[in-house]
Design a protein. Structure first.
Length: 182
């Protein structure tokens, strides 16, 4: 990752942080190296990250990272207070949206929070230019599926989820969605 990649990643984590209660048990989908767990203090001791780019199970202070895809590679019987997907939803193809929403409903306790950041479609063009200039790594840019932000509320809608907050950040190029599990 480049400095700019980390800067943008940290910005997304800071936007999500106010919606994560102290002591929360978090499932971070697309956890990469577990950076979110290291940056947010006072989490539960048994948080979990899942990411298909991981090569092996990794243990950190208060968290475990597992290789795999959500929800099919999740350990059964797990329930979390908060599920995060920071700059990840755009990597899921359309036919994975229903299993994604169902998986979130299965692994998130009632009243729990689902926190999503997703870039505006225009960001793909910016990232292509920044990747050519070697200012960003372009983290799996080839996996972006032309995600339409307006789908987010539809994917995570009633009866399992209720929208709590939606705001733009990073100069309007990114969106934060927070849903509560009903």
């Amino acid at each position: 990752m480049t400095f700019l990649d980390r800067f943008l990643q940290n910005w997304r984590i800071r936007k999500a942080r106010p919606f994560i209660p102290d002591g929360a048990r978090i499932l971070d989908i697309g956890s990469v190296d577990g950076v979110m767990f290291r940056q947010i203090p006072h989490l539960a001791e048994n948080c979990l990250g899942i990411d298909p780019t991981l090569e092996k199970v990794t243990l950190g202070k208060g968290f475990k990272l597992i290789p795999g895809y959500f929800p099919q590679d999740m350990p059964s019987g797990e329930v979390f207070d908060t599920i995060t997907m920071l700059a990840v939803l755009e990597h899921f193809p359309t036919d994975a949206h229903h299993p994604l929403a169902t998986g979130c409903a299965t692994f998130l306790q009632p009243g729990g929070r689902r926190i999503i950041t997703v870039p505006s479609p225009f960001v793909d063009e910016i990232l292509r230019v920044l990747t050519v200039l070697k200012l960003v790594h372009g983290m799996s840019l080839e996996e972006h599926h032309g995600y339409d932000i307006t789908q987010t509320v539809e994917i995570f809608s009633a009866p399992n989820f209720q929208l709590v907050s939606h705001e733009k950040f990073q100069f309007g190029l990114n969106h934060l969605f927070v849903f509560a599990r009903t």
